[in-house]
Design a protein around this ligand. Structure first.
Ligand SMILES: [Zn+2]
Length: 347
């Protein structure tokens, strides 16, 4: 048992560095590998199983290159190993995904801009303390320009609305110190209009409560100092009921436990100060049992194929449970606490 319950940190670092090499070296469009190159652990599970996953997860996982870079690099930083990659190389690659005409970032070189990748780009630049490479007002104007009359946000010019985009917009603008470019009150009002009777939040008004959407809404309310709109006990109860018999957390009632909800659920519980309602010991064991202890990486549940997404969310979950050797993570900004402090204490 003692042997099972250990974090294979060195193996995870090796796994991520291999994956990040694939991510940052290639300038080819997605899928990023040449036919002669066997798919790395990074792409394999994404291409085969992502579409079958819970819809929130497949939404988050589409066109993952820039998001993948964020997940991998943040994990490295949480494990005190960000220096294992060449910062200048990463920053160059990030900027090659930038669209100077719009101010947004695409998921990869030559891809259309979207707020999803714009936040990931900003987060990675925050990790390396390199926001100086940005035309901050141009990027902030791109994000602010996606706010709709009702306060909601579209993800790109095509107009799809979702509370995920509200979170992404508020998080990006806050990290750039540009929240004043939008109508924050209307943004908050829209999120509150997506609150359900069970205390949770959906993607749209009337949308079913889901842990991923709850993270987005609670995070957005935390960033804007509006957590008073949440019934902490009611939502805390819904969230802590996500813990399954095997110790893992699911995203909705009747679903299987999955490592990624260690992040979506726990971070929400931390923000509403109800994280002590979870059995941390059982959840820690569940996450550690999802590790590939030989080759590194973490999977969604024990014995499945690892991927960078679940590796990040597993280690992020451990961070929120103060696992030894893992840096503390800010639950609202999804960045290491020292990075967030550097951004907000500098100004
Ligand atoms: Zn998952």
């Amino acid at each position: 048992m003692a042997d099972e319950a250990e974090l294979a940190a060195d193996q995870h670092v090796r796994y991520i560095v291999t994956v990040e090499k694939v991510t940052s070296a290639a300038t080819a469009p997605f899928p990023p590998y040449a036919p002669s190159t066997p798919p790395s652990a990074f792409q394999r599970p994404l291409l085969s199983s992502a579409q079958k996953k819970d819809s929130f997860e497949s939404l988050v996982m589409e066109h993952i290159r820039l998001n993948g870079a964020y997940w991998g690099l943040t994990t490295l930083d949480l494990l005190h190993k960000l220096h294992a990659v060449d910062a200048a190389e990463v920053v160059d690659w990030i900027m090659s995904c930038y669209h100077p005409e719009s101010g947004g970032f695409g998921g990869n070189v030559g891809h259309d801009p979207h707020v999803l990748y714009t936040l990931s780009a900003v987060q990675v630049l925050c990790l390396f303390d390199r926001l100086d490479v940005l035309d901050v007002d141009k990027v902030a104007d791109y994000v602010a320009g996606l706010q709709n009359k009702d306060g909601s946000f579209s993800g790109d010019i095509w107009g799809e609305v979702d509370t995920r985009f509200s979170y992404i917009a508020l998080c990006t603008l806050s990290l750039l110190h540009r929240l004043h470019k939008i109508d924050v009150q209307k943004a908050v009002d829209f999120i509150v209009s997506c609150k359900n009777l069970d205390g949770g939040f959906g993607a749209m008004p009337g949308g079913e409560s889901h842990a991923g959407q709850i993270f987005c809404c609670v995070g957005a309310l935390a960033i804007t100092g509006s957590l008073q709109h949440i019934d902490r006990d009611l939502l805390g109860w819904w969230l802590c009921e996500r813990q399954c018999k095997d110790g893992g957390l699911n995203g909705r009632p009747e679903k299987l436990a999955d490592v990624c909800y260690s992040w979506w659920v726990l971070s929400s519980l931390v923000m509403i100060d109800r994280v002590h309602w979870i059995d941390k010991e059982k959840l820690t064991k569940f996450i550690l049992n999802c590790q590939d202890k030989e080759n590194g990486g973490i999977s969604d549940r024990p014995d499945n194929a690892v991927d960078i997404y679940h590796t990040y969310f597993g280690i992020a979950g451990l961070s929120l449970m103060e696992y030894p050797g893992v840096k503390p993570l800010d639950p609202a900004y999804a960045l290491p606490l020292d990075v967030v402090n550097r951004i907000f204490l500098k100004k």
